[in-house]
Design a protein around this ligand. Sequence first.
Ligand code: GDD
Ligand code: MG
Length: 351
Amino acid sequence: KIIPIILSGGVGSRLWPLSREHYPKQCLPLTDKEYSLLQQTLLRTQSLEVGNPIVVCNEDHRFLIAQQLQSIGVKKSSILLEPKGRNTAPAIALAAFETQRTQSEIAELSDTLMLVLPADHVIRDIAAFEETITQAVELAKKGALVTFGVQPTCPETGYGYIRSGEDFAVAEFVEKPNLEKAQAYLESGEYLWNSGMFLFSAKAYLDELSAHRNDIFQSVQNAYQQRSEDMDFVRIDAQLFAECPEESIDFAVMEKTKKAKVVPYHGDWSDIGAWDALYDYSDKDSDQNVLLGDVMSEGSSNCLIRSESRLVAAVGVKDLVIVETADAILVMDKNNAQDVKKIVKRIQTED
Ligand code: GDD
Ligand code: MG
């Protein structure tokens, strides 16, 4: 049996003004009219043999997330509430303890695997996704920590790079290399991007975490033991969890473990981090525009324009992102999409 573990810690501030502190990007219907990224992530697993999902998220998003799960028909889940995120190594460790607890109650622990999925990735090719997972199951059952490798298309420095050896072995895992290295990895043709999705048993992950970062293992264990439960919500002890070192699974475990395996994934995959990525991912009209909502264009091209509440008209402009919401409007050169973060920071500090 496979337990979907959904990592839903971020806010996605580069997608402001649509994403807000209390309405993170994974809860928005960004690429689909009906379902949010989080809902799409769960729906994607429905044809695999899956158990009740575990979502790890910030305390502030609990009702929003509970409601989104309910509205896609999830009857029972564990929603692990982090008072403050400590990055993915602790978040996944919490989910591993929760998996051990809930599955041991039904005596199925030995063949239970955790399928760790970021809540904010987009995948359209469900068949390729399922095929890759099925391949990975065999490796994970034997105790491997399986990652899914994506063919790189540019020297992106925000990703992990994996060189694969024989029989799916990971010969090398390098998290977020500098540009020079990323360029060399890309040119060598020997590296895959780490997709950020993982498959392993709770025991395999916790064993490797305690072998390589026992400090993280111990503090998560302490914080988890002092949890309080309230229906599907599992609240983690704030003080103890705050003592946990902040680190990603990639640096804490995947770069160090000898049990890593990589299964190539050949379908589409996108991590919609900023408005330009959403533009690239979306279908365009004949002027290469992506127009969403009540929008009119005359002679504009290469733009992403999204309206939430009013008519937005764009005349003769190029390469712009325009996002209209009830209380804020963003007008931006598409090439500066990463800088939205700076505005969000200013809003937070100048308030
Ligand atoms: N619950 C919880 N708590 N979730 C978290 C936390 C946390 O403290 N921190 C991050 N997450 C969630 C994010 O919301 C996202 O869905 C996922 O975990 C990955 O975190 P990112 O912060 O987006 O990681 P990244 O993009 O820098 O790098 C990872 O993903 C890349 C692919 O997108 C790494 O795994 C890279 O190796 C990989 O290439
Ligand atoms: Mg990411």
